[in-house]
Design a protein around this ligand. Structure first.
Ligand code: ACM
Length: 538
């Protein structure tokens, strides 16, 4: 009896496995058909026929999806002049439906289409939003009273949970309107983390009510480097600006609607000259200084005194109230130890705390800030230099000097974001320097970005789980205008979006370029100054 039962079970399992295999085969074979979606969905097929969106189309959404439903309605109105009808009238339907049974994969969505209805299902509003972003990438460009889209069946979810873009607003400042456009560009390609670099040597950009001089003094510089660093030339034009707390809230709320988390970066203990110009008592020398005008690394850094920690804790308290993200980025990169090695106070502190060198002092600095942040319910993240002298127990590492820092951190059981300069720095040249606008250096063309894979082969499966994803960085020493930001980020961000979303085995550069060419009307319509340097027609 026992034997017969187990045989039947085995046969059932075999049939089930064969069915699964056939299902996967049919979906992956159909992936050879080109769907103009970036990032490419992981499973899709295209059926014959089409769905017509026009004046008799209803959008039907549960009440808790009204934000998502409005998003699609505005898109149809603004880009196509189509106004869907109220849901009480008969017509074809686009339905948004929360389905908890799909919750096994984070950020999952699926689209089921027939000529009568399109159903977008997901376990939460974020998945529904991604379903909408995929759907609208199928719309033809141009203002028509009705549009037809192919009947697609999609099951999709991202490879990585951290799909980040960074923007340096210290070296050059970009207004609220542009930050919103930046977020829109990100969300169209399902990027979900905005790392906002708000403080650095050349300008403090976030209003902190308790320390008004950060704005009065720290947000203005008396000139800016012109041309290449090696030329050491400066203009004498005062440059400044900042975001009020009300503006920050507006941006965070806007990002939230686009399902983007905003992570503020408050740099410490280095890249702090703007704060020190405002409050010189925060440095070891305590001497008056100016907000930075030249690019590079300054030796004048925060001194690890009680006064500095009180200042930083007060600043972070205000910052944490503005940003709901569980993360605070505390920088930690490029901290010359010259001032600390010269300072009697630092030497004494190192003796007292039994720290063997200035690297351990930096680790002490970061660990104190981490304790404070953790107590407030936040996690810290920092550039890979925070590994030096001992990593803070709960910190997440952003690996920028290649991947070695990220690999070391993952092996120690710390979360990691990969953002190596070689593939993820969008301030690098994307073409021959002679034919490109002045940039900081490097060479990272579109294909190189596309070739990136965030999980190094050297990690075991268990260690690989710590790689949360990757991020593109836009440092703005040589990027002064919104148009130039767009030129440097697009289309490289589109390549990175596919790297962090689409499974490695599905990625194919020539085919990506084909899909990219179908996005040009949209980029043009949205007035995005994308670079054509790496596009095939060049
Ligand atoms: C960095 O590029 N200094 C993190």
């Amino acid at each position: 009896m026992q034997i017969d039962k187990s045989r039947i079970m085995k046969r059932k399992h075999l049939i089930y496995l064969l069915l699964c295999f056939a299902w996967i085969q049919s979906w992956s074979q159909s992936n050879s058909q080109l769907l103009p979606i970036i990032p490419k969905p992981n499973f899709y097929k295209i059926d014959s026929g089409s769905f017509k969106i026009g004046s008799n189309t209803q959008i039907w959404a549960e009440p808790n999806l009204s934000n998502e439903s409005k998003f699609l309605k505005y898109f149809l109105l603004n880009n196509h002049q189509i106004v869907p009808i109220p849901s009480t009238k008969p017509g074809n339907k686009i339905v948004f439906r929360i389905n908890q049974s799909l919750a096994q994969q984070e950020e999952y969505y699926q689209i089921t289409s027939s000529s009568k209805q399109i159903i977008i299902e997901a376990p939460n509003a974020t998945g529904i939003f991604y379903g909408i972003q995929s759907l609208i990438q199928l719309f033809p460009s141009g203002k028509y009273s009705s549009i037809r889209i192919p009947l697609v069946q999609i099951k999709d979810y991202p490879s990585y949970s951290w799909r980040g873009m960074h923007l340096d607003c210290s070296r050059h400042l970009f207004n609220v309107q542009f930050i919103k456009k930046y977020l829109e560009m990100m969300s169209y390609y399902k990027m979900n983390k905005f790392h906002w670099h708000l403080t650095d040597d050349q300008g403090w950009r976030i209003e902190i009510k308790k320390y008004p001089k950060l704005i009065e003094i720290g947000s203005k510089r008396n000139g800016t480097m012109v041309g290449h660093y090696r030329e050491q030339k400066f203009d004498t034009i005062q440059y400044g600006g900042f975001y009020t707390q009300a503006e920050i809230k507006e941006i965070v709320a806007y990002a939230n609607k686009l399902h983007i988390e905003v992570i503020p970066e408050i740099e410490m203990p280095g890249h702090a000259l703007a704060a020190i110009a405002a409050y010189p008592e925060l440095s070891c020398s305590k001497q008056a200084t100016q907000v930075g005008m030249r690019w590079g690394v300054e030796t004048n850094v925060f001194c690890p005194t009680e006064e500095t920690f009180t200042f930083l804790e007060n600043v972070l308290t205000e910052v944490m109230e503005l940003f709901p993200s569980k993360y605070i980025h505390i920088g930690g990169d490029e901290v010359p130890k010259d001032e600390w090695n010269k300072s009697e106070f630092c030497q004494q502190l190192m003796k007292e705390k039994n720290l063997k060198d200035a690297h351990e002092l930096q680790s002490y600095f970061i660990q104190r800030i981490e304790k404070f942040a953790n107590k407030k319910g936040k996690k810290i993240m920092g550039w890979d230099e925070i590994l030096e002298g001992g990593l803070a127990p709960n910190a997440t590492v952003m690996s920028w000097r290649g991947e070695l820092g990220g690999i070391a951190a993952a092996k120690m059981g710390h979360d990691v974001i990969m953002t190596p300069g070689s593939h993820c720095y969008f301030d690098h040249y994307q073409g021959l320097p002679a034919t490109e606008p002045l940039a900081i250096g490097g060479y990272t063309n579109l294909e190189k970005v596309y070739s990136y894979h965030p999980t190094p082969d050297t990690l075991s499966n268990a260690e690989a789980k710590y790689i949360l994803g990757a991020q593109g960085n836009v440092w703005t020493e040589y990027i002064k205008t919104p148009e130039q930001v767009e030129y440097m980020m697009m289309p490289r961000m589109m390549a990175l979006a596919e790297v962090v979303w689409t499974e490695k085995k599905q990625r194919n550069y020539p085919e990506f370029l084909q899909r990219l060419s179908q996005h040009i009307p949209y980029l043009t319509l949205k007035n995005i100054n994308f670079s054509k340097t790496n596009l095939p027609s060049k």
